[in-house]
Design a protein around this ligand. Structure first.
Ligand code: BES
Ligand code: MN
Ligand code: ZN
Length: 490
């Protein structure tokens, strides 16, 4: 898997600056006195640094943005990157400043002078996240990154704070790798093997194969995979770091490794994007990895339904009726509304087997949520205000966009079927909501539940603050924080 760039922390040392090769990044804020290391650089460059900080160009920068002084006289370094970051910067601004360094990272040495800035660990986190690059399918050797050193006044303390962030970054990278991986590589078998490998980290991982799913009665999930050569599976990952016997928190993910639409086939243009249709399962896997890496004091179970939606002689047809594990029958009007069929059975299984205290599912479920919210916010649906508010504040604290959308009986009524208990689609209007209503039918009455439709946020076509274009890992940070806040009191 793609590993975050290692970051070393060391004491501030003004004497090493002149001979420092590569790139040097410093923090400054117009109108305030420059920190000691920056003053030293200013002296070595005969005032070039302070001129840059006093310039109009610097004045126009927002907190977290930067400008480059290239090939400065008086230094061995090729560039000094001057980051605008006030001492009272927010977490988001500090991550953004770090990301500016991460984006510019190359094979040369990079030194970040963070001195005694209170947000040094956030700078390191943003740097690591933005330095991600997905290269396994480039034949040219990947461009080397690092080494990166952060100069700070209390290195042990900052390194400890940054350690928790490193576990999160590794979880985010795991999610991004899974989401970026094409479907000829990331088959259901390959996906399951990558999850099973996490047993090394102390997670308990079980793989349920088709026979077992049939015995459990998962007709809705199995119907989706009938046209595919790669077998349907459910993978269960358990992390039990909390009190023994305490009911776990459950995370459930849609893992459609490729969605052609099935017999209700999708148009060719853009179909290649459907390699990301396992994004929900990818986030669940990333969170479980983070929990294991940081040895979270919480009981969490992650369940993912892994299938491929293909057209074939054996594929499920529009008009077919399938029976879910719950026992309800479903008329499959459109084979492209497959994610909800997968989740119906995995949600039910999660509740029957684990009796969780609460449950959150993630899925790249509908195009309709993109029409509603674009790519800035995940659509959030819930039957429980307290759980939903807790999630929304965790997402906000992590800078991950999330917006609640309504549910209600009138939407649910759209799912009525003439010949079965329900249809799998509720019409074009309010499509993200009727999809959520479908899932709600497989949530037990008193189970606090949230559904996150990440169709618009799992993958972006342009660079964002903390990720290059492609998979974002949206949700790993928010869910890790929710678990920390809810179970670990920190
Ligand atoms: N995987 C898609 C949803 C999707 C669309 C994800 C765009 C990411 C980007 C899902 O399985 C799907 O095909 N949904 C249909 C539902 C419809 C048939 C009711 C859709 O949104 O068109
Ligand atoms: Mn589909
Ligand atoms: Zn899909």
């Amino acid at each position: 898997m793609t590993q975050p760039v290692p970051i070393k922390f060391c004491e501030s040392d003004a004497d090493s600056l002149a001979a420092q090769p590569g790139r040097i990044a410093v923090l400054a804020d117009a109108g305030t006195t420059l920190p000691p290391l920056v003053r030293k650089l200013d002296k070595l460059t005969r005032g070039a640094v302070s001129r840059a900080v006093g310039s109009d160009a610097f004045d126009k920068l927002k907190p977290g943005e930067s400008l480059d002084l290239a090939f400065p006289a008086g230094l061995a370094a090729d560039a000094v990157q001057i980051l605008r970051l006030p001492r009272k910067a927010t977490q988001d601004q500090a991550r953004k400043a770090g990301a500016a360094v991460g984006r510019a990272l190359s094979g040369v040495e990079t030194l970040v002078c963070a001195e005694n800035h209170p947000r040094a660990a956030d700078i390191a986190f943003g740097l690591a996240l933005r330095a991600y690059d997905f290269t396994p399918h480039k034949t040219a050797p990947p461009k080397p990154v690092g080494p990166v050193t952060l100069m700070v006044s209390a290195p042990e303390q900052v390194a400890a704070a940054a350690g928790a962030g490193a576990a999160v970054a590794e979880g985010v990278f795991f999610t991004r790798d899974l989401v970026n991986e094409p479907a000829n590589v990331l088959t259901t078998d390959d996906f399951a093997a990558r999850l099973a490998a996490m047993q090394e980290l102390g997670l308990e991982v079980e793989i349920l194969e088709e026979d077992a799913l049939r015995a459990l009665g998962m007709g809705a999930l199995l119907g989706v995979g009938m046209g595919s050569e790669t077998p349907s599976k459910v993978v269960v990952m358990q992390w039990n770091g909390g009190p023994e016997g305490e009911a776990p928190f459950a995370l459930v993910g849609k893992g459609v490794v490729f969605d052609t639409g099935g017999i209700s086939i999708k148009p060719a243009g853009g179909m290649e994007e459907m390699t990301m249709d396992m994004g929900g399962a990818g986030v669940v896997a990333g969170v479980m990895r983070t929990l294991a890496l940081r040895k979270a004091r919480a009981n969490v179970v992650g369940l993912v339904g892994l299938v491929e939606n293909m057209p074939d002689g054996r594929a499920q047809r529009p008009g077919d009726v399938v029976k879910s594990m719950k026992g309800d029958t479903i008329e499959v009007i459109n084979t492209d509304a497959e994610g909800r069929l997968v989740l119906a059975d995995v949600l039910w299984y999660a509740q029957e087997r684990f009796k969780p205290s609460a449950m959150i599912d993630l899925a790249t479920l509908t195009g309709a949520v993109i029409v509603a919210l674009g790519h800035e916010n995940t659509g959030v649906f819930s039957n429980d205000d307290a759980l939903c508010d807790a999630f929304l504040s965790a997402a906000k604290a992590e800078g991950e966009g999330a917006w609640r959308l309504p549910m209600g009986e009138a939407y649910d009524a759209k799912l009525k079927s003439r010949i079965a208990d329900m249809m799998n689609v509720g019409g074009r209007d309010g499509g993200a909501i009727t999809a959520a209503q479908f899932l709600a039918r497989f949530v037990k009455p008193d189970m606090p539940w949230c559904h996150l439709d990440i169709a618009g946020t799992a993958l972006l076509k342009a660079d964002s603050t903390l990720a290059p274009k492609g998979a974002t890992g949206w949700g790993v940070m928010a869910l890790d924080r929710l678990i920390r806040d809810r179970f670990e009191g920190k």
